[in-house]
Design a protein around this ligand. Structure first.
Ligand SMILES: *Cc1c(COP(=O)(O)O)cnc(C)c1O
Length: 380
């Protein structure tokens, strides 16, 4: 049993064969899953009202009290679809150039999206174990006047590294260019304010820190910037402007079939975020789980890849204990049969595996997992 705010959420073995420590999809509450037990139509007032309310609540989370300046657009598909929709809609068809700071696979994906769309890019690469350096961002933007847009990943889920968003934002703000943040794995779990950052687009999805199920992404955008993007898109279905215009003008309508069950579940997930006490409270829960995990797994012989000050509360990469003899697959299978599913690593240079601390998971779950790991490692 787990307490979130006033609500007590009951988790039974029948709910799930295992906890997903893989962000994401991630472990959702039973009540979020139950919101999907009905079939909802898409066109009527009730559903459109729900979409409208979700959009308003997202803006309130990202830019408290600034609904006049910021807006939210929901987009079908996984998070990458929303990144692609944003890049493809924000940059004009001619004369735009995107600079991207990269320190992991998700930064590389932004570069890949831009190249696929035929957008000119400038790439600033860092080692995957190093944070993006705001001074190098500043220098790049100063040295290349052709750059019109800059994109960065906030929490690089590849390693769990947290890039220094406020300092990067300050470096970008001085240049006056359009600022795009992939906050996919951090929004809802780490406090941030799009207005304070001076960001123009902030991207996340239904199945990360808000703790919904997969099916759509969302973009919080500065209204004035998005309003200037009409006709930019290189794709019909990933036209963020067009999707926004329809949602704004038709009271919450999506242009094409929307993932109704997922939207219902997301509404429930937003209510549960509020019941838990909001983003700061959720951040404390994630941080407590993450630090418990690191401390306990260290006792079992696993070292976290990153130093604590670079590490996010979202996901942690652990090195293999000994590169020759550690059998990750056997380890993974053992934990899976004991109720926990981990993530393989995504680094090319160091063998790692990853454990997510987001989702309906508590510090107690991490302690339980660690006890199983200790027994397993002791038995080896
Ligand atoms: C999850 C994630 C994405 C999107 O991945 P999808 O598989 O398309 O949902 C993008 N960026 C980051 C940083 C992520 O963590």
């Amino acid at each position: 049993m787990m307490k979130t705010g006033q609500q007590t959420i009951v988790r039974t073995a029948a709910d799930n064969p295992y906890l997903l420590l893989t962000p994401g999809p991630l472990t959702t509450t039973r009540t979020v899953k139950e919101a999907m037990l009905k079939d909802w139509c898409t066109w009527d007032e009730e559903y459109n009202g729900l979409v409208k309310s979700i959009r308003e609540r997202l803006v309130e989370l990202a830019a408290p009290g600034r609904a006049r300046q910021y807006t939210a657009v929901l987009m079908q598909g996984s998070g990458t679809f929303s990144v692609e929709a944003t890049i493809g809609t924000a940059l004009p068809k001619e004369g735009g150039k995107l600079a991207v700071a990269v320190n992991g696979a998700y930064g590389e994906r932004i570069v890949q999206i831009a190249r696929t769309l035929g957008i000119e890019t400038a790439v600033l690469r860092f080692d995957e174990r190093e944070p993006v350096d705001p001074e190098q961002v500043r220098a790049l933007l100063a040295s290349d006047p052709a750059v019109t847009h800059f994109a960065v990943v906030h929490c690089e889920t590849t390693t769990g590294i947290l890039n220094p968003l406020a300092d990067i934002a300050a470096a970008v703000r001085d240049s006056g260019i359009t600022f795009i943040v992939d906050a996919m794995s951090s929004f809802g779990g780490i406090p941030m304010d799009i207005h304070e950052l001076g960001a123009h687009f902030l991207i996340s999805s239904s199945n990360k820190c808000i703790q919904g199920v997969p099916g759509f992404g969302f973009v919080i955008a500065a209204r004035e910037t998005l309003a200037g993007c009409k006709g930019h898109a290189r794709s019909l279905s990933l036209d963020l402007y067009d999707q926004w215009e329809t949602m704004e003008n038709s009271g919450g309508k999506w242009r094409f079939t929307s993932p109704t069950h997922v939207v219902r579940a997301f509404d429930q997930a937003l209510q549960e975020l509020e019941q838990e006490g909001g983003i700061e409270q959720r951040n404390r829960r994630f941080a407590a789980s993450q630090s418990t995990l690191v401390a306990e797994l260290q006792e079992a012989g696993f070292e976290a890849l990153l130093d604590e000050e670079l590490q996010s509360p979202i996901i942690t990469a652990f090195r293999y204990p000994s590169e020759q003899s550690f059998d990750f697959l056997a380890f993974y299978q053992h934990l899976k049969s004991n109720g926990f599913v981990l993530y393989p690593g995504k680094l090319t240079t160091v063998p790692t595996f990853r454990i997510g601390s987001i989702g309906d998971v508590s510090r107690d779950d991490m302690a339980r997992l660690s006890a199983i790991v200790k027994t397993y490692m002791g038995a080896k």
